[in-house]
Design a binder for this molecule. Structure first.
Ligand code: PNS
Length: 167
């Protein structure tokens, strides 16, 4: 059985993420979506909320489960016995950001990272932009799975600075 890990911070999960996870699920027997901490980003949503939203959004995709990554992604990949890490690319900037992580994860685990081209119609969607649009009152409901927009708006409303810094 082939297992792949789709890692990310998923703050929040977007339709772009769903597209990539679905593509990964068509290539591997099992896909573990790993909700991790990106130490270079301050998260708006707590990790439990991010996991919960991802589980709800992916509940109908066979062969997919969602888990929290508590430490190093490389350790998580090893612990689930994955043969690949899958990441989506929207363009060259994504590749530039992803390549050092792919090389580091291969160095740490020997596991390859497989890059998938996402749906071009979703290439404008990034979690950071989704939060920024919501922060300034724009509509994000066609960018994220059902129910996610409300959680993002609530989190932004609950934070005096309109943002957060959770793990
Ligand atoms: O969605 P993102 O923020 O681009 O995902 C990046 C993420 C969370 C996958 C990356 O920061 C990560 O792997 N974090 C876990 C800690 C870790 O292993 N860091 C070293 C990465 S080479």
């Amino acid at each position: 059985m082939s297992t792949a890990v789709c890692p990310g911070s998923f703050d929040p999960i977007t339709l772009g993420h769903i597209d990539i996870v679905r593509r990964a699920a068509s290539l591997f027997d099992e896909v573990v979506v790993g909700v991790a901490r990106n130490s270079s980003k301050a998260a708006l949503l707590g990790v439990d909320v991010r996991v919960e939203l991802a589980r709800a959004a992916l509940a109908d995709v066979p062969g997919v489960r969602v888990e929290q990554v508590t430490g190093l992604l490389a350790e998580f990949v090893r612990s689930v016995g994955a043969v690949a890490i899958v990441k989506g690319l929207r363009g060259g900037a994504d590749f530039d950001a992803e390549l050092p992580m792919a090389l580091m994860n291969r160095r740490l685990t020997g596991v390859e990272t497989v890059f998938l081209a996402g749906d071009q119609a979703l290439a404008h969607i990034a979690s950071s932009l989704v939060k920024d649009v919501a922060r300034f009152g724009g509509d994000i409901d066609d960018l994220v799975p059902p129910g996610v927009g409300r959680v993002v708006r609530d989190a932004l409303g609950a934070s005096p600075a309109g943002g957060g810094s959770r793990a």
